[in-house]
Design a protein around this ligand. Structure first.
Ligand SMILES: Nc1nc(=O)c2c([nH]1)NC[C@@H]1CN(c3ccc(C(=O)N[C@@H](CCC(=O)O)C(=O)O)cc3)C=[N+]21
Length: 290
């Protein structure tokens, strides 16, 4: 038996179709959602990601606002663009593409963003709201993972989840989503200081591998039938090829496996669009109340 595929590409396409209908409804009321991106420097990978986000926007009817600064931009230059995007009514949500160049205080830039326009769901205010169970844009990758599991009817309620990696964008925030009453999972956060990673992985019904360590999660770590999500991206030091955190042979043991690429990545992008649409809907609702 090989694992069933958690098909992020197809699921993201379905979500985009749903979002297109919501955008259409907003536009019928005279509201045009717009996603802004701020890209600093000329990293080819970052340029590619940002271009992909604008392509996604075009597909669902969201307008694009593209801002770019050279890699030599100062803290003040970057903050000036953030202030502009905060003020721009055409921009209903935006992201500052990470990483920012060396020497830039990233947290100071992110804190300057209007939390109501935070399409990544990673603004400190919004992470705080998540802790407090208040409505807020949700972090895109964790939200994409939950949505991918839901739409494949993988049982989350009561599941033991092992998360590998304590990065801000995935590891540290996904437990906040999965332990809400609506998801009801039990979550263990593993990291490089975890004494016996295998012990935690072997008891997990769901494994989220987000460490950025090539093929760290191996078939002998996986409980037969478990759902495994491969979030990591790293370069194999030997072959130079891009590798996920999950060894390919895990497919022989797992019940569900998200491919990489084609799994969590497209879901992250779909959830970014969802945050933009929701922010525009929220703003429209606030308008109505006056
Ligand atoms: N403010 C900010 N927000 C981000 O969300 C953010 C960021 N900065 N910096 C960089 C990382 C990386 N990231 C990816 C999202 C989707 C794919 C994705 O869809 N990948 C395709 C691969 C296809 C391709 O390479 O185009 C897949 O997994 O199938 C990849 C990478 C978001 N990031």
């Amino acid at each position: 038996m090989t694992a069933q595929i958690l098909d992020g590409k197809a699921t993201a396409a379905a979500i985009k179709t749903e979002l297109a209908a919501r955008v259409e409804a907003l536009r019928a009321r005279g509201i045009q959602p717009g996603l802004g991106t701020l890209l600093v420097g000329d990293d080819v990978g970052s340029q590619k990601y940002v271009a992909g986000k604008h392509r996604d926007c075009a597909q669902v009817g969201i307008a694009s606002i593209q801002r770019e600064l050279p890699g030599t931009a100062s803290q003040e230059d970057i903050e000036a663009v953030v202030r502009e995007l905060n003020e721009d009514p055409a921009c209903t949500g935006y992201i500052v593409q990470l990483p920012l160049p060396r020497g830039i205080d990233t947290n100071r830039v992110l804190e300057l963003m209007d939390p109501a326009k935070d399409a990544d769901g990673l603004h400190p205010t919004n992470l705080g709201r998540l802790v407090l169970n208040e409505r807020a844009p949700l972090p895109c990758t964790p939200n994409g993972i939950v949505e991918l599991l839901r739409r494949h009817k993988v049982e989350i309620d009561g599941a033991d989840v092992a998360v590998v990696g304590r990065g801000i964008t995935v590891g540290r925030s996904i437990g906040l989503l999965l332990t809400r009453r609506s998801e009801n999972a039990t979550v263990t956060l593993c990291h490089t200081g975890t004494r016996d990673l295998g012990e935690h992985l072997r008891r997990a019904d769901i494994v989220v591998a987000a460490a950025g360590a090539a093929h760290l999660v191996r078939p002998e770590h996986i409980k037969p039938g478990a759902a495994v999500l491969d979030v990591g991206v790293s370069r194999d030091p030997v072959t130079g090829k891009i590798a996920g955190d999950v060894h390919p042979d895990v497919a022989q043991v797992a019940g569900w496996l998200s491919p990489n690429p084609g799994g969590v990545g497209p879901m992250t992008r779909a959830m970014l669009l969802a945050n933009v649409v929701e922010a525009a809907e929220r703003a429209a609702g606030a308008d109505r109340v006056g």
